[in-house]
Write a protein that binds this ligand. Structure first.
Ligand SMILES: [Zn+2]
Length: 730
C-alpha cells in the first residue's frame, strides 16, 4: 500500500509538473499517505493484502483536489507534452513496459491524452460531462464552458459566439451570431417584420397611427377612418377632429356627420354623460319673479305668445319639467342649459341631480331640475337649448324619447332689454321723527325691488330731507316731494320717493288701519311725464314698508289696483279673480316658489307677490322709461306753466305750481273759469292725475288770465285763484 502511494508520488514528482501545480500535487500525496497510513494501521490485513481494485485506487485521490485542479488550474494550461506521458513507455503493473504512447498508471497502461480517469496525468479524473482531449479535460464536441456548463456557442441563445452574449428580442443564435428570423429586422430590442409590423412599418421605429395597421411596409387606417396625428379617427363623429383633422368641437358640442352640434349628452363638468333614456322634457320655464314657459309639451312658446317677457341681464332660474316613459327606472339625472350668445356657448348645470321617479310638478322643486343662470349670461341675443342627461349610467330598457329641446340646434330665448330702476329717497321728518336712510335700513327696499321688478339693477340715492305736518296730509306731502323733484331736475328716469316714519313702530302709526303710501298714477300721455315719477310711503325698513314702496312705485309705472281688498279704481282688465297672482312665481331672496293663490302686489290683500299681468305691465313701462322700447309714446306738444290743484275728501287747495314750462302729466278734461260774480266766463282744459290709495287728484290748471277769479273742476268745490297754497275750499 505504501508502495502504491509512493509510486504515485514518485510518478507525480517525476512528471516535473509546473511549479504552480506542486502544492496541489503535494497535498494529493499527503492525502494519499494519510489514507494509506490509516489503512495500514487498520485492523483488516486481508483487505489490504488483496490490494485495492482499480476503482478504489482511483478514488484514493481526493476528488476535491482533482476537481479543484481541473477547474481552477485550467487543464488547458497544462502542456500536453508535460502531462507525464511524454516520457515514452512506462513501467506496467506487471513490470513490463507499456506500449509507446501509453503510460503506466498503477497496474494500467493508459493514454493520458484521452483517458478521462488519467487525463494528462495518472489519477487526474475529468469531471462528469467532460472529456479528455489531448490530455486536457474539456467540453465535448468543441463546446465552451460558460459558468460551469458546457454550451455550444454556435447555437446557444444565452451564450452566442461567446459566453454571456445572449440573443434578445426574438433573435436566435446561428453559427455563433445572433440573428432575427428570415425576413425580419432587429429594431433595437425586437425583431420586426417591417412589412407588416405596426410599430416598425417600413423601417424600424416608425409606428402607425393608433388603430392603424401596417400592410406592405405602409401604414393604413381602417375603412372610414383617417390618420390625424398619431391616431386613426372617424372624422364623422370625433369631437377633436370633426369633419377634418384638428377641427375640434367646443366642450358642449358633439360631432355628428362631420359637423359640430350642440349637446348630445357629452361628458361635461357635472360628471354626467349620455342623453337621458325613456324620458321626455315636458316643459321648460324661466322664472324671473314669475314663471314664463318657454316650451310646453314639446312645442316652443314663442316670445309673442308669452304672457310675460324674459328680461335680459336679470338672474334667471330655468326649471325643467320631465315625464318618464312607462317602466322608467327611478334614478339620478341632471339637466343642462346651454346659452349661446354671439357665437359663444356657456353651459349651466342643475343645482342638484335629483332622483327622478315620476312626472314633474309645479309645487315640488325636487321633481324638476333647477338651473340658475347668472344675470350677465343672459342677453337679448342669447339662444338656448336644454338637455337632460344620465348620471349613473343608462338603464337597459331605455329608448331615447325627448331628452333635449330643441331636438337639434338652439332657439332664440327672446329676452328683452329693460333697464335700471333708480330711486331717490327723500327722508321726511314728521312728528319730530325721521326715517333711517342708512344703507342697512334701505337694504330691505332694494331686495324687494330686485326680487319683484323686471329690471337689471336697482340704484338708490338719498337726497336732502324735508319736514311735514302731523297727522300727515298725504296729498300735500306728495305735492311737496313732486316740487322737490322739479327743483332737483334729476334724470327723467329717476323716481322720487318720500320716506315717512312718524312713530317708533308701524303698529303705533297704523293702529286699526291707515294709509301707508300714495303716488301718482299717470295714464295716457302722462305716462311720459317725468313729473309723475313721485310717491310717498312709510319707511320702517320692514316688509310692509318694502311692499308699500314696490306698490306705490308701480302706480308711478301706470299700474292700477288688483281687485283684492276693495281698493279704489280696480283694474278692470286684471285677468285673475280675487286679485290672485294666478301663476307660479319664484322669489330669489329665499329661492322659494310662490304659489298662484298669493295675491297681487297691486291689491290690498296680504301674501303679496306679482302676477304675470302686473309684471309685464312693469316690463313695458321700464322699457319705455329707459328708452329700450322700440316705440315711445309721443309726449304732448303742450308745454306751459301750471297751477296744481289738489282735490281730496277735504276739498280743493293749491299745491306747488309748476314754474318751468312742462308738458302736462294728467289726462285732459274741461273745467270752467268763473269771474268775481261766480259766472262762468270760459272753458279751459285741465289735466287730471289720479293719486293712488286715497280719493285724491292732482290737477294741472292754466295760469290765470286777467278777469279769472276762480275755477270749477269736476268733483270739487269752486276754488279761487287767489287762495294761498294749502288753504282749503271745503
Ligand atoms: Zn295703491
Amino acid at each position: 500500500m505504501t508502495k502504491v502511494a509512493t509510486s504515485r508520488c514518485v510518478a507525480s514528482a517525476r512528471s516535473s509538473v509546473m511549479l504552480a501545480l506542486v502544492p496541489f500535487l503535494f497535498a494529493a500525496c499527503t492525502g494519499s499517505i494519510e489514507v494509506d497510513v490509516g489503512a495500514s494501521g487498520g485492523s483488516s490485513a486481508s483487505s489490504q493484502s488483496e490490494g485495492p481494485p482499480p476503482g478504489q485506487g482511483t478514488s484514493a485521490v481526493p476528488s476535491g483536489g482533482v476537481a479543484g485542479f481541473v477547474s481552477s488550474g485550467g487543464s488547458g494550461q497544462l502542456p500536453a507534452g508535460m502531462g507525464g506521458s511524454g516520457g515514452g513507455g512506462g513501467v506496467g503493473a506487471s513490470g513490463s513496459t507499456c506500449a509507446p504512447g501509453l503510460t503506466a498508471c498503477g497496474p494500467e497502461c493508459v493514454d493520458l491524452k484521452v483517458d478521462e480517469r488519467h487525463c494528462g496525468a495518472c489519477g487526474l479524473t475529468c469531471p462528469e460531462g467532460r472529456e479528455c482531449n489531448n490530455g486536457v479535460c474539456g467540453c465535448p464536441n468543441g463546446g465552451m464552458e460558460c459558468g460551469g456548463t458546457c454550451v455550444d456557442v454556435k447555437t446557444n441563445g444565452m451564450h452566442c459566439g461567446t459566453c454571456g452574449n445572449p440573443c434578445r428580442g426574438g433573435q436566435s443564435c446561428v453559427n455563433g451570431i445572433c440573428a432575427c428570423p428570415e425576413g425580419e429586422e432587429f429594431c433595437g430590442v425586437v425583431c420586426a417584420d417591417v412589412s407588416r409590423d405596426a410599430n416598425h412599418c417600413g423601417r424600424c421605429d416608425n409606428p402607425c397611427p393608433s388603430g392603424g395597421t401596417c400592410e406592405g411596409r405602409t401604414c393604413t387606417c381602417p375603412e372610414g377612418r383617417q390618420a390625424c396625428g398619431d391616431t386613426c379617427v372617424d372624422t364623422s363623429n370625433d369631437r377633436e377632429h370633426c369633419g377634418m383633422c384638428d377641427k375640434a368641437c367646443s366642450p358642449t358640442e358633439r360631432c355628428q356627420n362631420g359637423m359640430c352640434v350642440d349637446g348630445g349628452g357629452a361628458l361635461l363638468d357635472d360628471g354626467c354623460e349620455g342623453p337621458a333614456q325613456n324620458l321626455e322634457i315636458e316643459q321648460i320655464a324661466v322664472y324671473q319673479t314669475v314663471k314664463i314657459p318657454l316650451m310646453q309639451g314639446g312645442e316652443a312658446v314663442s316670445a309673442e305668445e308669452r304672457k310675460a317677457d324674459v328680461v335680459a341681464k336679470r338672474e334667471a332660474l330655468f326649471r325643467v319639467f320631465v315625464k318618464p316613459g312607462s317602466g322608467f327606472t327611478p334614478r339620478q339625472l341632471s339637466a343642462r342649459v346651454h346659452i349661446e350668445t354671439d357665437g359663444m356657448t356657456e353651459t349651466f348645470f342643475s343645482d342638484q341631480k335629483p332622483t327622478i321617479s315620476g312626472a314633474s310638478t309645479d309645487e315640488k322643486l325636487d321633481s324638476t331640475f333647477q338651473v340658475y343662470v347668472p344675470r350677465d349670461k343672459l342677453l337679448s341675443s342669447s339662444l338656448y337649448s336644454v338637455e337632460v342627461v344620465e348620471c349613473g349610467g343608462a338603464t337597459a330598457n331605455g329608448s331615447v324619447l325627448r331628452p333635449r329641446f330643441p331636438a337639434t340646434g338652439r332657439l332664440a330665448l327672446g329676452a328683452v332689454d329693460t333697464g335700471v330702476l333708480k330711486i331717490a329717497f327723500v327722508p321726511i321728518e314728521a312728528n319730530s321723527s325721521r326715517p333711517d336712510t342708512s344703507e342697512t335700513a334701505l337694504e330691505p327696499y332694494r331686495a324687494m325691488l330686485l326680487a319683484t321688478y323686471p329690471v337689471t339693477d336697482v340704484q338708490m340715492t338719498v337726497v336732502e330731507g324735508m319736514r311735514t305736518s302731523y297727522p300727515i296730509n298725504w296729498p300735500g306731502v306728495l305735492d311737496d316731494v313732486r316740487a322737490r323733484r322739479q327743483a332737483d331736475r334729476p334724470a327723467s328716469d329717476v323716481y322720487y320717493y318720500g320716506l315717512l316714519k312718524p312713530t317708533g313702530t308701524l303698529r303705533e302709526f297704523c293702529g286699526g288701519g291707515c294709509t301707508t303710501g300714495i303716488g301718482y298714477v299717470p295714464s295716457g300721455v302722462g305716462q311720459n311725464s317725468a313729473s309723475a315719477r313721485v310717491a310717498v310711503g312709510i319707511g320702517f325698513s320692514d316688509r310692509v314698508s318694502a311692499e308699500t314702496l314696490a306698490h306705490e312705485v308701480a302706480h308711478n309705472h301706470g299700474r292700477l289696483h288688483a281687485p283684492c281688498g276693495n281698493p279704489d279704481g280696480p283694474d278692470r282688465n286684471y285677468p285673475y279673480s280675487g286679485g290672485a297672482v294666478g301663476v307660479w312665481g319664484f322669489d330669489f331672496r329665499g329661492k322659494t316658489l310662490v304659489a298662484p293663490d298669493r295675491t297681487d302686489l297691486m291689491g290690498y290683500c296680504n301674501n303679496k307677490w306679482l302676477s304675470d299681468y302686473t309684471y309685464q305691465g312693469l316690463v313695458e313701462t321700464v322699457r319705455r322709461v329707459s328708452g329700450t322700447a322700440s316705440s315711445v309714446l309721443q309726449a304732448s306738444a303742450i308745454s306751459a306753466r301750471w297751477l296744481v290743484l289738489l282735490v281730496d275728501e277735504q276739498g280743493a287747495r293749491w299745491g306747488h305750481p309748476i314754474d318751468e314750462p312742462a308738458p302736462p302729466m294728467g289726462e285732459p278734461e274741461p273745467a270752467e273759469v268763473l269771474d268775481g260774480t261766480g259766472q262762468a266766463i270760459q272753458t279751459v282744459t285741465v289735466y287730471r292725475t289720479v293719486i293712488s290709495d286715497m280719493e285724491a287728484y292732482s290737477i294741472e290748471v292754466p295760469v290765470p288770465q286777467p278777469g279769472w277769479h276762480s275755477i270749477r273742476v269736476a268733483g270739487a268745490p269752486v276754488h279761487p285763484f287767489s287762495a294761498p297754497r294749502g288753504h282749503v275750499s271745503p
